[in-house]
Design a binder for this molecule. Structure first.
Ligand code: FAD
Ligand code: NAG
Ligand code: NAG
Ligand code: NAG
Ligand code: NAG
Ligand code: NAG
Ligand code: NAG
Ligand code: NAG
Ligand code: NAG
Ligand code: NAG
Ligand code: NAG
Length: 583
C-alpha cells in the first residue's frame, strides 16, 4: 500500500514536473546553507589538488594583509595576474548592491564582494577535473580565470570556487613552427616573444597579459593585423578543454566539431575549462606604426574630428592597416584628446605611412584641432603590436595622453586597478561608404555631453576578416561585414556612493549605448562579446547573432547542468545576475 502510494505519487510528480514548471527554482550552495562543504571536505579537495587550494580575498584585502600596496602594484596587471582574487577592473570585485563594505584601494574594512572564496591554482588537467568534480558534488558556483582582464566581470563570482589557469604556461611549436600550442595562462607578451624567436607571428591583441588561450580565444580575438591575418578564432585549429563531465578532450575540425565551432566565437567561460589552444602561425613581417595626438577644444569639435577621422578610414584600405583611435573626452567646452595609432603591415617607411595620414592631420588643423607628438616607428610586427595600445590607459584611467610618445617604446604593463564599464558596437563597412559617418559628429558630441568620457575605436575588421566569412564558426557574422569596433566607456572614482554607481550604470546602458547603436544603421546590430556591456539588453542577438540557437544546443550537450555560467554568456538567461540562482 505504502509502496503503491509512493509509486503513484512519484508518477504524479514526474507528470507534474514534465508538464508544469520545467525549471524549479534552484540555487547554488551558499556558505550559509547546511549543505555547503565543511572544512574537512575542503581539506580533502586541497589534498586531491596537491595542496594547491587557496583562500581568496579581494585585491585591497590582499594588500592589507601584506602591509599595503604601492600605486604601481595596484595599477599593474602583471601583478594582478599573480593575485587569485584580483580583477583588472576593480569594480568587478565589488558587490555594490550587497550589504558588505566595498573593498577599494587602501580600505581597512573589506567585504568579500563578488570575489570567489576558494581557488585552485591549477597546473594540470587533473587539478581542474578535481575542482569540477567537487563543484558538481556540492552544487557550487564555479568561476574560471586566466588573467582577470575581463571587461564584463566574467572571471569572478561571489561565493564561488575559482578554477585559475594562470600557470598553464607551456608554449609548444610544431616541428615546422606552422602551429603553436599555447597554455591557457600564457600572456600575449610571452607569445609574441616566442613566435618572434621562430620568425613567426600569431594573431594577438595589444595587451601584454591578456591570455591568448583564455577569454580572447573564445570571444573572437582582434588585432591591428586582423585586416591581413583575420581574427584569432579564424586561426585557432584546436582547443584542449576539460568538460563539465570531467573529460579532457581535444575539440578540432574532426573531434567534437560542434564544440570546436562553438568555442570559436561563442563567448568566454561558457563551455568548459581550456588548458590550451593551438593556433596557426604566420611568417612574421616588418610593420610601421604612426602615432599622433589631437586636442579638440570642445565636445563639438571632438565630434567633428571623429567624423573627419571616419571619412579618412577607407583611405587606409589599400594598406590593410589597423588602427586604434582613443578619445578621452569632456563635455561642452572641455578639451578632448584623441590618441591615434595606425599600424601598417609590410610598410617599412615612416614617410609612406605619414603621407597617408597627412590629409586627416590637415583636416583636423583646419577645423581648429591641434595635432601634437606625431611620430613613426618601424619594427618587426611582433614588437609593434604589443606596444600599440598604450592608450588602453585612456580607457581605464584617463591618464594624460601627453605621455603617449614616451610610452610607445617600451610598453611595460597593462594599466589596471580602476573602475570601468563599457559597451560597444561593430560598425558596418557600409556606414563608411554610404555617408553614415556624417552622423558621427552629432552623436559623439551628445555622448560626450552626457558625461561619457571614453570613445575608443578599433580598425580591426575588413580585409582578411571579411574574406574569412566562409569559415564555419560561431563568431557573429557581423564581424565579417564590419569595418570598426567602437566602444564607449565610463569610469568612476572609488569614493562614488554605491547607489550612484548603480545610477551611472543604468544611464550608461539605457541612455548612452542607444546612441552608439544608432550609428550602426541596423536593427539587429552586433557587438564583440569580450569588450562589451555585460548588461547588453538583447545580448543573445547582439553578441551571437543567428548562432544563438545552435550555441544553446551545443551548451546543452556539453554542459547540461549549467556549471559554466557567465554574465551575458550562452545560457545565462536561465540565471540571476550573480549566477547563483535560476530565474
Ligand atoms: C588592457 C586590455 C587590452 C585588450 N586588448 C584586446 C585586443 O587587442 N584584442 C581583443 O580581442 N581583446 C582585447 N582585450 C579584451 C580581452 O580579449 C578580454 O578581456 C578577454 O576576455 C581576456 O581574457 P583573459 O582570459 O585574459 O581574461 P580573464 O578575465 O581571466 O577571463 C576572461 C573570460 O574568459 C574566461 N576564461 C579565462 N580563462 C579560461 C579558461 N582557461 N578556460 C575557459 N574560460 C576561460 C573567463 O571565465 C572569463 O569569462 C583587452 C583587454 C584588456 C583589459
Ligand atoms: C592547502 O594545503 C596546503 C599545503 O598543505 C596549505 O599550505 C594550504 O594552506 C591549504 N589551503 C587551504 C585553503 O587550506
Ligand atoms: C593608480 O590608479 C589610481 C586610481 O585608481 C590613480 O589615482 C593613480 O594615480 C594610479 N597610479 C599610477 C601609478 O598610475
Ligand atoms: C541586506 O541585509 C538585510 C537585513 O539584514 C537583508 O534583509 C537583505 O536581504 C540583505 N541584502 C542583501 C543583498 O544581501
Ligand atoms: C594609501 O595609503 C598610503 C599609505 O598609508 C598613503 O600614502 C596614500 O596616500 C593612500 N592613498 C590613497 C589614495 O588613499
Ligand atoms: C600558483 O602556482 C604557481 C606555480 O606553481 C606558483 O608560482 C604561484 O606562486 C602560485 N600562486 C599562489 C598565489 O599560490
Ligand atoms: C608542459 O610541458 C611539460 C614539459 O614538456 C610537461 O611535462 C607538462 O605536462 C606540460 N603541462 C601541461 C599542462 O600541458
Ligand atoms: C583532432 O583531435 C584528435 C584527437 O586528439 C586527433 O586524433 C586528430 O588528429 C585531430 N584532428 C585535427 C584535424 O587536428
Ligand atoms: C557549421 O558547423 C555547425 C556545428 O558543427 C553545424 O551545425 C553546421 O551545419 C555547419 N554549417 C555549415 C554551413 O557547414
Ligand atoms: C562653448 O564656447 C562657445 C564659443 O565661445 C559658446 O558659444 C558656447 O556657448 C560654449 N558652450 C558651452 C556649453 O559652454
Ligand atoms: C542618470 O540620468 C538621470 C536622468 O537623465 C540624471 O538625472 C542623473 O543625474 C544621472 N545619474 C548619473 C549618476 O549620471
Amino acid at each position: 500500500m505504502a509502496s503503491f502510494l509512493s509509486t503513484a505519487l512519484l508518477a504524479l510528480l514526474l507528470t507534474t514536473s514534465a508538464f508544469a514548471s520545467p525549471t524549479p527554482r534552484t540555487c547554488r550552495t551558499q556558505p550559509s546553507d547546511p549543505a555547503f562543504p565543511r572544512p574537512s571536505q575542503w581539506a580533502a579537495l586541497n589534498e586531491s589538488v596537491d595542496g594547491r587550494l587557496l583562500n581568496v580575498v579581494p585585491t585591497a584585502k590582499f594588500c592589507l594583509e601584506r602591509g599595503g600596496c604601492s600605486d604601481v602594484l595596484w595599477n599593474s596587471s602583471v601583478w594582478r595576474a599573480s593575485v587569485p582574487g584580483a580583477m583588472n577592473s576593480n569594480n568587478w570585485e565589488q558587490d555594490y548592491a550587497g550589504n558588505g563594505s566595498l573593498c577599494i584601494f587602501n580600505s581597512t574594512t573589506c567585504g568579500q564582494g563578488n570575489v570567489p572564496l576558494f581557488a585552485i591554482n591549477a597546473t594540470s588537467p587533473a587539478h581542474l577535473q578535481a575542482g569540477i568534480r567537487f563543484a558538481t558534488t556540492h552544487n557550487l558556483r564555479l568561476a574560471i580565470k586566466a588573467s582577470g582582464h575581463d571587461f564584463l566581470g566574467r572571471s569572478t563570482a561571489r561565493d564561488s570556487l575559482l578554477l585559475w589557469t594562470q600557470y598553464f604556461r607551456n608554449i609548444t611549436f610544431s616541428d615546422d613552427a606552422e602551429t603553436v600550442t599555447v597554455g591557457s595562462g600564457v600572456g600575449l607578451k610571452d607569445l609574441y616573444a616566442a613566435t618572434k624567436a621562430r620568425g613567426r607571428i600569431i594573431v594577438g591583441g595589444t595587451a601584454w597579459t591578456v591570455a591568448a588561450a583564455g577569454g580572447y580565444a573564445q570571444g573572437g580575438g582582434h588585432s591591428a593585423f586582423s585586416p591581413v591575418l583575420g581574427l584569432a578564432v579564424d586561426n585557432a585549429v584546436e582547443y584542449n578543454i576539460v568538460l563539465a563531465n570531467g573529460d579532457l578532450i581535444a575539440a578540432n575540425a574532426t573531434s567534437h566539431p560542434d564544440l570546436f565551432w562553438a568555442l570559436r566565437g561563442g563567448g568566454a567561460g561558457s563551455w568548459g575549462v581550456l588548458t590550451s589552444v593551438t593556433y596557426r602561425t604566420h611568417p612574421t613581417f616588418p610593420a610601421t606604426l604612426h602615432q599622433a595626438t589631437f586636442v579638440a577644444p570642445s565636445s563639438l569639435l571632438a565630434g567633428r574630428l571623429l567624423a573627419a577621422h571616419a571619412h579618412h578610414i577607407p583611405t587606409l584600405d589599400v594598406l590593410r592597416a589597423g588602427q586604434y583611435f582613443y578619445l578621452r573626452g569632456a563635455p561642452g567646452n572641455g578639451s578632448s584628446t584623441l590618441s591615434l595609432t595606425t599600424i601598417a603591415p609590410h610598410v617599412t617607411s615612416g614617410a609612406v605611412l605619414a603621407a597617408r595620414m597627412e590629409p586627416l592631420l590637415n583636416a583636423a588643423r583646419a577645423m581648429g584641432v591641434a595635432v601634437q607628438g606625431e611620430l613613426t616607428l618601424t619594427a618587426l610586427a611582433n614588437d609593434i603590436v604589443p606596444n600599440a595600445e598604450w592608450a588602453i590607459e585612456a580607457i581605464v584611467g584617463g591618464l594624460s595622453t601627453a605621455d603617449a610618445p614616451r610610452r610607445v617604446v617600451p610598453f611595460q604593463d597593462d594599466i589596471a586597478g580602476h573602475n570601468v564599464i563599457m559597451g560597444s558596437r561593430l560598425i558596418p563597412e557600409k556606414v563608411y561608404t554610404n555617408g553614415g559617418v556624417d552622423a558621427f559628429a552629432g552623436t559623439f558630441t551628445r555622448i560626450l555631453d552626457m558625461g561619457v568620457p571614453g570613445i575608443h575605436g578599433h580598425l580591426v575588421a575588413g580585409g582578411k576578416v571579411a574574406e574569412n566569412a566562409h569559415i564555419n564558426s560561431s563568431v557573429t557574422p557581423k564581424w565579417r561585414t564590419a569595418k570598426t569596433h567602437i566602444l564607449i566607456s565610463r569610469s568612476w572614482p572609488d569614493t562614488t556612493a554605491p547607489a550612484l554607481v548603480e545610477q551611472l550604470r543604468y544611464n550608461f546602458t539605457h541612455t548612452a549605448m542607444p546612441l552608439l547603436v544608432g550609428l550602426t544603421g541596423e536593427h539587429d546590430s552586433g557587438a564583440y562579446s569580450s569588450e562589451a556591456d555585460v548588461r547588453e539588453p538583447n545580448f543573445q542577438t547582439t553578441f551571437y547573432g543567428p548562432h544563438y540557437t545552435i550555441l544553446s544546443a551545443v551548451k546543452a550537450r556539453y554542459d547540461p547542468s549549467d556549471l559554466f555560467i557567465v554574465g551575458a554568456g550562452v545560457g545565462s538567461e536561465r540565471w540571476d545576475e550573480s549566477g547563483m540562482c535560476r530565474v
